[in-house]
Design a protein around this ligand. Structure first.
Ligand SMILES: C[S@@+](CC[C@H](N)C(=O)[O-])C[C@H]1O[C@@H](n2cnc3c(N)ncnc32)[C@H](O)[C@@H]1O
Length: 211
């Protein structure tokens, strides 16, 4: 039988804090690894400057640093605990000046226009205050021709009852594939990929900033 949903723990997916937040961050670092790799497989070139929005405990950036030791990697997240955990996990890269973190939300990114070659986000879009405007903010910090990739495993229209209950209780925005395409388009992106892996229940959208 499936375990009952532990909402005290699960709400830390939106804003990790305290002991349960640490538990959630460690769990996400492990359990999002395959989904993250799948998302990465949609990006042919990351470039030199890369931002992870809603970086949580920083496992995705650690992987990227291993693959691209010369890239400048950045992470941002609203949760101070997430940022602290990401900095600890990536301590070597942070002290080598290859990676840095910012505690703050997607709605106001502390970077100049056209700074990043690529931006990605794993399992975070659900919680953004205004997805259309927030995606436009990501567009702002991308270079012309730069790409944004997002992956989600709670997909509107095809969720399990368990996921649907979590989405309701946490007031999550879980777009269906076509809804994600429209959202990216409305925010100003040219959608270059939209993949729905129905076996795993994963959704990946990639948008390009027009040159
Ligand atoms: C489900 S976790 C995913 C974390 C990480 N990307 C991973 O895959 O392990 C969602 C993350 O988004 C962050 N988040 C929520 N709202 C945010 C916002 N408005 N701007 C940036 N990050 C946000 C949360 O603090 C949390 O760390």
């Amino acid at each position: 039988m499936e375990k009952p949903i532990d909402f005290d723990l699960i709400r830390n997916a939106r804003f990790p804090e305290g002991v349960l937040g640490t538990q959630m961050i460690e769990g996400m670092n492990r359990s999002h690894a395959r989904l993250t790799e799948w998302g990465f497989s949609h990006i042919s070139e990351f470039g030199q400057t890369v931002l992870d929005v809603g970086c949580g405990g920083g496992a995705a950036l650690k992987k990227l640093a291993e693959r691209f030791p010369n890239a400048q990697l950045f992470g941002c997240d609203v949760s101070p605990l997430a940022i602290q955990s990401a900095e600890e996990l990536n301590a070597e890269n942070v002290s080598a000046g290859k990676m840095s973190f910012h505690c703050g939300g997607v709605s106001k990114l502390p970077f100049p226009n056209g700074f990043f070659d690529s931006v990605f986000s794993v399992e975070s879009l659900y919680f953004w205050p205004d997805p259309e405007k927030d995606l436009a903010e990501i567009l702002r910090v991308l270079k012309p021709g730069g790409r944004f990739m997002t992956v989600l495993e709670m997909v509107g229209g095809s969720m399990s009852e368990r996921h649907a209950e979590i989405a309701r209780r946490l007031e999550m925005f879980c777009p269906a594939p076509e809804e994600l395409r429209e959202l990216l388009t409305r925010s100003g992106f040219s959608v270059t990929a939209l993949t729905h892996d129905t076996q795993n229940g994963w959704l990946c959208g990639v948008g390009e900033k027009r040159a």
